[in-house]
Design a binder for this molecule. Structure first.
Ligand code: AMP
Length: 285
């Protein structure tokens, strides 16, 4: 089967309606395209929980600040379609920008609470408004039974879970562990922008987070462990936006004594390239 690529919401819904009428369970995998094996792991996970898989590809301008890389973000729709087909996706939904946000578009979602405070939001203040608005739209458009997100964007995952609960959106959210290169570097569509030297140095980010997790796990003070990780990352030549430890389930501040249930989250920069990563303190994936 050649996977269908729909750019039109009505056409996409016609496919979904046929599947629904025959009792199929539908999963949505939202992406911004430029797919790599991390995205494909989300499709595999979707296949475990649903009969038909819709992969959306939409580079969402509302989640980029004016200074960010919206115009240069990699776009490879044809290659993505082929990769989705190989991975067993059933439909690619790649809506037009104007259809998603017509000139009179005037609505946005605003999520508050611990999951939204103190990490990405400090550096990308309008980011989650953009993410939640587009994810809410995609969920309304596709009305899937399940939606799959990566732990790579851990704060995003928790913010979306919050939104779905708060707005009673009838969808089950599934999380997929981070897929990494052999070097340990988390796969990201932005890794193509790393030059050779940055690529050699980038695995130090994950190593620092693991050393930090291990230190906290074995009883060292959280603040000291985070400082050591920050130094390791800086020594590898990256500028730090944040390296923080949070409670995994809701990203509230992590208290000493309860650290094993925590997550260490980081965002760092190599020139204009911004990389994020996170690890579980308990040493699980
Ligand atoms: P993006 O296209 O970067 O917006 O990502 C789309 C989805 O893929 C999000 O749920 C991401 O968290 C997830 N994702 C991206 N990279 C990875 C990775 N290396 N491992 C697991 N999930 C990922």
């Amino acid at each position: 089967m050649i996977v269908s690529i729909c750019t039109d919401v009505a056409l996409m819904r016609e496919h979904i309606a046929v599947w629904r009428a025959s009792g199929k369970r539908i999963a949505l995998v939202p992406t911004m395209g430029a797919l790599h094996p991390g995205h494909l792991a989300l499709i595999s996970a979707a296949k475990e929980v649903a009969d038909r898989i819709v992969v959306s590809i939409f580079v969402n301008p509302k989640q980029f600040a004016p200074s960010e890389d919206f115009t240069t973000y990699p776009r490879h729709l044809e290659a993505d379609g082929a990769a989705i087909e190989d991975a067993g996706g059933d439909l690619v939904y790649a809506p037009d920008l104007e259809a998603m946000y017509p000139p009179d578009f005037a609505t946005s979602i605003h999520v508050e609470g611990p999951a939204t405070v103190g990490l990405e939001d400090r550096f990308r203040p309008t980011h989650f408004q953009g993410v939640t608005t587009v994810v809410a739209k995609l969920l309304m458009q596709v009305q899937p039974d399940a939606a799959i997100f990566g732990e790579k964007d851990y704060q995003q995952l928790r913010v979306i879970e919050r939104m779905v609960v708060d707005l009673d959106i009838p969808v089950e959210i599934y999380a997929v562990p981070i897929m990494r290169e052999e070097s340990g570097l988390a796969l990201s569509s932005r890794n193509v922008f790393l030059d050779n030297e940055q690529r050699v140095r980038a695995p130090a980010i994950q190593r620092a987070l693991h050393v930090c997790a291990e230190a906290i796990r074995t009883g060292q003070a959280i603040d000291e462990s985070l400082d050591a990780a920050r130094r390791m990352i800086e020594d590898a030549g990256f500028a730090i936006d944040y390296v923080e430890a949070r409670r995994a389930e809701d990203l509230a501040p992590l208290e000493e004594g309860h650290a094993k249930s925590g997550r260490i989250l980081a965002a760092v920069r190599a020139g204009d390239i911004r990389l994020i990563d996170n690890v579980a303190i308990d040493g699980s994936l």
